[in-house]
Design a protein around this ligand. Structure first.
Ligand code: ADP
Ligand code: MG
Length: 252
């Protein structure tokens, strides 16, 4: 199936179970939002999927177009076509953005392919123009002394260059300012196509004012408790998360 399919995924951190039988399907070409109160396991889900060593997947599958990525190394997962953007990306002093993206693309070449430097810069500048990024930006070290907005631009540029099959953007918890939100939104809207599936993780609905999702899922206590269309996000904005908590208390 052409989708990112998460089937009964359970994840533990230091022997405590955070995700329990988590199920989610994001078909290629769609944009889904994953929402929920703080501490319900949204970031745990993203990190576990990226192959982070602190997150132990105790059962279940994560199928990327039918291929299970559970147990693969982070770089293999990335090469398989899954892109993860975290809210607090690492700084890489001494490595320019241009070289960083180049290294990632080189790692994806097949044995009989050569890296085309001219083509690379042509594409890089095309994407930068599209995303309104200054050319000088590419010679700066990855995320070093970047403002919040610049980190987002760097992330979106990587996304545009790597053209992953699926992208998960964890934007939760603390506030991105409105400019950073717009950068993410413009980038995602530009890249929205039949070739890519997006999962936007967000605590607040305001990002979804700029990116209209095909589906919205609400997480509570390590699992998805509700799915719907965009109106679900608007309902959450209006009512807050308390009604979900109350309903869950009644049913458990
Ligand atoms: P969300 O992103 O939805 O706010 P998280 O996935 O960050 O939630 O956290 C889910 C739960 O897992 C919380 O109870 C949190 O305390 C716990 N948790 C997250 N990361 C760690 C960690 N590295 N070590 C121990 N507990 C963690
Ligand atoms: Mg989080």
């Amino acid at each position: 199936m052409n989708a990112l399919e998460i089937k009964k995924l359970s994840v533990a951190i230091n022997d405590s179970n955070i995700l329990k039988d988590f199920n989610l399907t994001v078909p290629k070409g769609e944009v889904h939002a994953l929402m929920g109160p703080n501490g319900t396991g949204k970031s745990t889900f993203a990190k576990a999927l990226s192959g982070h060593e602190d997150y132990e997947i105790t059962s279940g599958e994560a199928l990327l177009d039918g291929k299970n990525i559970v147990g693969m190394e982070p770089d293999e997962i990335s090469r398989a076509g899954l892109f993860l953007a975290f809210q607090y990306p690492s700084e890489i002093p001494g490595v320019s953005i241009a070289n960083f993206i180049r290294a990632a693309l080189t790692a994806r070449l097949k044995d009989n392919e050569d890296f085309e430097v001219t083509q690379y810069y042509k594409k890089l500048y095309e994407k930068m123009d599209l995303l309104k990024i200054d050319r000088k930006f590419t010679s700066r070290s990855v995320n070093e002394d970047f403002s919040g907005g610049e980190k987002k631009r760097c992330e979106i540029l990587q996304l545009a260059m790597l053209q992953p099959k699926y992208a998960i953007l964890d934007e939760t918890d603390s506030g991105l300012d409105i400019d950073a939100l717009k950068i993410v939104a413009e980038g995602v809207n530009n890249m929205r196509s039949a070739e890519t599936g997006f999962l936007l993780i967000t605590h607040y609905q305001r990002l979804l004012n700029y990116i209209v999702p095909d589906k919205v899922h609400v997480m509570w206590d390590g699992g998805i408790v509700r799915s719907g269309d965009r109106s679900l996000a608007l309902e959450l904005e209006e009512k807050g998360y308390d009604w979900i908590k109350e309903e869950m208390a009644l049913t458990t």
